[in-house]
Every structure is written in structure tokens, then in C-alpha cells.
Design a protein around this ligand. Structure first.
Ligand code: KIV
Ligand code: ZN
Length: 526
């Protein structure tokens, strides 16, 4: 491995998906994985195969279909977990088994109820067992940053001897600060005699808002792999935000002197895709990918940027694939110009998908004076379906007011045939959603609702992200329209399409959280 190459390990689909309220289906995970491959990450951690049948299926589908990056599957340090991980991963072009066990005394005592000797033995046995399946084995010492340093050095040395090619030292609870974490990595690099036979990786959580700073400090001190998630999603306050690490290494190249294999142009698109499929809205002032990250509000700043961009901008938005909002196309634009513009924005649509998006664009031109790139992106995302579109909104009529019982009449095409019904509710959205339930035959509960304006102005497109509980599962639906009630109904129908898809495939049951097992003390994994 070249000394100045930093490997980017993406855990959006594993740790990122552990964000409260996030639940992606197999198709959505494959779509994100394909985009991560386009982005050029080195490793995609596709999931935790033993955690649930859905996780297993997703890792397997990604392993079979996504080419380019290494595909990793997480597993605890037990044979059963490793077997499940391998079963899911084995068709991958480049599979990696990622096995972990906690090493801090606090975890040993309260969670694992094991001794240091038992955990050391279990870690070594797990790595040896994983090596029987693939040469590429990563070992993670969970809660490494709070582990006893001598013990940690010992375990790192032993797992490398057992064949671990990557050793990950997570700051699991986001407790470290940069100077300390950098020193910690340096000490491990200096004290473990066989360290040159493995790549040292870091995986930082953001509980103190320092995950990116800690990751960069680790890189400065010898870490060759860095783990994180797009938009910084993940357990609690999240993981280190990969786009921030990548852009820090790029922008401060003279300082870090490190190379990555990333296609920078794909950063913004990846961020948007993850946000829209997970339903986790990116805060406006989020570095790199937030809506305001390249916006200049103050007159002095605007004046400066117009005179010379570098006065107030340290990065070019175009580099990350963000094309500044500009007036694009209008109601006289044809299908060809529309499809060419979409290509520039990174969407290659054809056939029915292109027809539907073009129809929505024309419809929007009648309602909105200026159609921007952001509007186009929102329409396309609304029209491109990751599951078959069983239900499609045909028309919506509602009546509401301070002295009226809110009433809605909705027409929905179910596999091409339009059904109509009417109902009442607490408000027009509630009334319309009751009707959607009646027509689709599904019963949904709206557990979270977010409305966001795609651009400014009174005629802005409203983008709704709705979390809908159907049975035991949560589905995230998106919908856009200049009318917020229509956007809400579209989002709800989008979620119902996902629920119907699962129902028709016979996927049932609640996705359960992963818990650490009682350790299989003394178990000999060889
Ligand atoms: O935060 C953590 O320690 C983890 C490990 C399982 C890598 O997510
Ligand atoms: Zn983690």
C-alpha cells in the first residue's frame, strides 16, 4: 500500500442505517451502493447479515450486483455470525469479512461479562475462522479509544498474527478529542511490532461533534483507512461525515499530502440520494452538502465573490457536482433539451421514466415562473421509482376551511385502472390519506412528516418526506408538488408502493435492532 493513499470505507448502509428511524429496503440499499461505487469509495459496508433476513438479503444483493469496491459485511466474533456474513458476501467481486468485539473494560465487564483473556482468545479465533473464507479480513476493537492501551496493543498484534489485514480502532462513543486520538493512533503504530502487515483504520462517532477532526488527526498519525457515512448519518449523533473528510483532504492537500480514489463530481448527488431515501434531511448549514454551504448572504461577501470567487470560497461547488441554481428550460423547451439537461445533472432517463418526468416538467412550467435545476432534480426523484409503481395518483380534490369538515376525493390508478373514493379527516391531508388507505387496502400511520421548500419564492416546489408505519415496518415516502397537500399525498402513496411491494413479496415482521450476544466464552472457533 502506498503511504500516501487513504482508503475510504463507507458504512452508510450499516452504521448509517442504524440511525433512529431509518429503514431502507433492499432496492434502496442497492441503489445507494451503486451510487457509492460511482463515487469511488474503496469499501462499501453493505450491512450486518445476521441482524435480520432483510439485512442478509441486502448484503447478498449488493455483493452480487455492485462491482468495483470491496463489499464488507459486519459480524460479531462468533462462528454463526461469520458464517452468515460469508454466505451473504461470497458472490462479491472482492468480499471482506468485518468481525468485531469490544475491548474496553467497561464493555467487558458490563456487556460481555468476559475477561480480557477470553476476549483476546475470541478475537484471534474469529479472525482465523474468517480467514478460511477470504484473505480480506478486518477486525474492529469496539470502544478501542476507551480500552486499556497495553491490552489493545496486545490484541492488535495477535489479530494481525492471526491474519487480519485491516485493524479498525473505533471511537465508538465519540469520546475522543483530536490531539488525544492522534496520539493514540501514533502510539499503536509505534508499539505494535507487526503493525506494517495491516492497514490501521479509524471509525469515529460524532457525540462531541469531533468525528471528522478525530478522523483527520488519525490520518496524520498513520491511519490508512477511514470509516464514515454520507451526510454523517449513524448511531446517535452519527458517524464521521465522509464528504467532509474527503473535501478536507482535497482542499488541504498541501498539508495532508494524501490521495483518495474519489470521483468528486458524485459527492453532491450521493448526498441527495442518501438524504431522500433515508428521509434524513441535511441541515442547511451542513458543511459541503448543506443548502447554504455555498450561499453568500452578506452584501460584502456577494460583492467579493463576484469580483474574485476565492475571496470567500475555499472550494468550487462544481467540483462536488453542485451546479449553481440557474434558470433552466421553460415551457417551450422540448423533450430533447429536457433530457440533455437531465444528463448534465446526472440523470440518464429513457422510455416511460423520461415520459413521466417530462410530463411533470410541463405541468410545473404552467404553475411556476422559473424552473431551476433543483426543481428538475426534485421532479426526477419523484418520478424514478426504486420499487414498481403499483399505485399512482391520478387526481386529487379537497375542500377545507374554518367551518368545513375537511373532505377529499382521490383518484388512484392501481396497476393502470383508476379507482375513486372520498373521505373526511382532521384536515385535508388526513382526509386524503384515509382515502388512499381505502383504495390501496393498506393501513398506514403517519409517524413523521417533513415539508421542505425546494427553492425560494411563493411558487416553490414543496418536498414532503413522510415516514409511514404499515404493519410493523416503517416506509419512507417522498413527494413533490407546488401544492403541499398534493406533495403529501404523493409522499404517502410512494410509501404505500414500498409497503405493497414488500407485502406482495411476502416480507413481514419488524426489523429488530442488533444487540451484542452473550459471548460464547471459551468457545474454540478453530
Ligand atoms: O462504532 C463502532 O465501534 C462500530 C463497530 C462495530 C465498527 O460501529
Ligand atoms: Zn459505529
Amino acid at each position: 500500500m502506498s503511504d500516501n493513499r487513504v482508503y475510504i470505507f463507507d458504512t452508510t448502509l450499516r452504521d448509517g442505517e442504524q440511525s433512529p428511524g431509518v429503514s431502507l429496503n433492499v432496492q434502496e440499499k442497492v441503489e445507494i451502493a451503486q451510487q457509492l461505487a460511482r463515487l469511488g469509495v474503496d469499501v462499501i459496508e453493505a450491512g450486518f447479515p445476521i441482524a435480520s433476513p432483510g439485512d442478509f438479503e441486502a448484503v447478498k444483493a449488493i455483493a452480487e450486483r455492485v462491482k468495483g469496491p470491496i463489499i464488507a459485511g459486519l459480524c460479531r466474533a462468533t462462528r454463526k455470525d461469520i458464517d452468515a456474513a460469508w454466505e451473504a458476501l461470497k458472490q462479491a467481486e472482492s468480499p471482506r469479512i468485518h468481525t468485531f468485539i469490544a475491548t474496553s473494560d467497561i464493555h467487558l465487564r458490563y456487556k460481555l461479562q468476559s475477561t480480557r483473556e477470553q476476549v483476546l482468545e475470541q478475537a484471534v479465533a474469529a479472525v482465523r475462522y474468517a480467514k478460511k473464507f477470504t484473505p480480506d479480513v478486518e477486525f474492529s476493537a469496539e470502544d478501542a479509544s476507551r480500552s486499556d492501551l497495553d491490552y489493545l496493543c496486545q490484541i492488535v498484534e495477535k489479530v494481525i498474527d492471526a491474519g487480519a489485514t485491516v485493524v479498525n480502532l473505533p471511537d465508538t462513543v465519540g469520546y475522543a478529542v483530536p490531539e488525544e486520538f492522534g496520539r493514540f493512533i501514533r502510539t499503536i503504530m509505534e508499539r505494535v511490532p507487526n503493525i506494517h502487515r495491516a492497514t490501521i483504520s479509524v471509525h469515529c462517532h460524532n457525540d462531541l461533534g469531533l468525528a471528522v477532526a478525530n478522523s483527520l488527526a488519525a490520518i496524520m498519525n498513520g491511519a490508512g483507512q477511514v470509516e464514515g457515512a454520507i451526510n454523517g448519518i449513524g448511531e446517535r449523533a452519527g458517524n464521521a461525515s465522509l464528504e467532509e473528510i474527503i473535501m478536507a483532504l482535497y482542499t488541504k492537500k498541501a498539508f495532508y499530502q494524501k490521495e483518495v480514489g474519489i470521483r468528486y463530481q458524485e459527492i453532491y448527488r450521493t448526498s441527495r440520494l442518501v438524504s431522500s431515501l433515508t428521509g434524513m434531511v441535511v441541515q442547511a448549514n451542513k458543511a459541503i452538502v448543506g443548502k447554504n454551504a455555498f450561499a453568500h448572504e452578506a452584501g460584502i461577501h456577494q460583492d467579493g465573490v463576484l469580483k474574485e470567487r476565492t475571496t470567500y470560497e475555499i472550494m468550487k461547488p462544481e467540483l462536488i457536482g453542485l451546479h449553481r441554481s440557474n434558470l433552466v428550460l421553460g415551457k417551450h423547451s422540448g423533450r430533447h433539451a429536457f433530457s440533455e439537461r437531465l444528463k448534465e445533472l446526472g440523470f440518464e432517463l429513457a422510455g416511460e421514466e423520461l415520459d413521466k418526468a417530462f410530463y411533470r416538467f410541463k405541468d410545473l412550467c404552467d404553475k411556476k415562473k422559473e424552473v431551476t435545476n433543483e426543481d428538475l432534480e426534485a421532479i426526477v426523484k419523484d418520478e424514478v421509482w426504486v420499487v414498481p409503481e403499483k399505485f399512482r395518483l391520478n387526481y386529487l380534490y379537497f375542500a377545507s376551511g374554518t367551518r368545513l369538515i375537511p373532505t377529499a376525493t382521490v383518484g388512484i390508478a392501481v396497476e393502470g385502472i383508476v379507482f375513486e373514493d372520498a373521505g373526511t379527516g382532521d384536515g385535508p391531508v388526513d382526509a386524503a390519506l384515509h382515502v388512499v388507505d381505502k383504495i390501496t387496502g393498506l393501513s398506514g400511520e403517519l409517524v413523521e412528516y417533513k415539508l421542505n421548500a425546494v427553492t425560494g419564492g411563493r411558487d416553490a416546489l414543496g418536498e414532503v418526506a413522510a415516514k409511514v408505519k404499515v404493519g410493523e415496518r416503517i416506509y419512507i415516502g417522498r413527494g413533490v408538488s407546488t401544492d403541499v397537500i398534493e406533495a403529501s399525498v404523493r409522499a404517502y402513496i410512494n410509501a404505500m408502493n414500498k409497503a405493497a411491494y414488500d407485502r406482495d413479496r411476502g416480507v413481514n415482521g419488524r426489523r429488530i435492532a442488533v444487540d451484542d450476544p452473550a459471548p460464547e466464552n471459551g468457545q474454540n472457533l478453530d
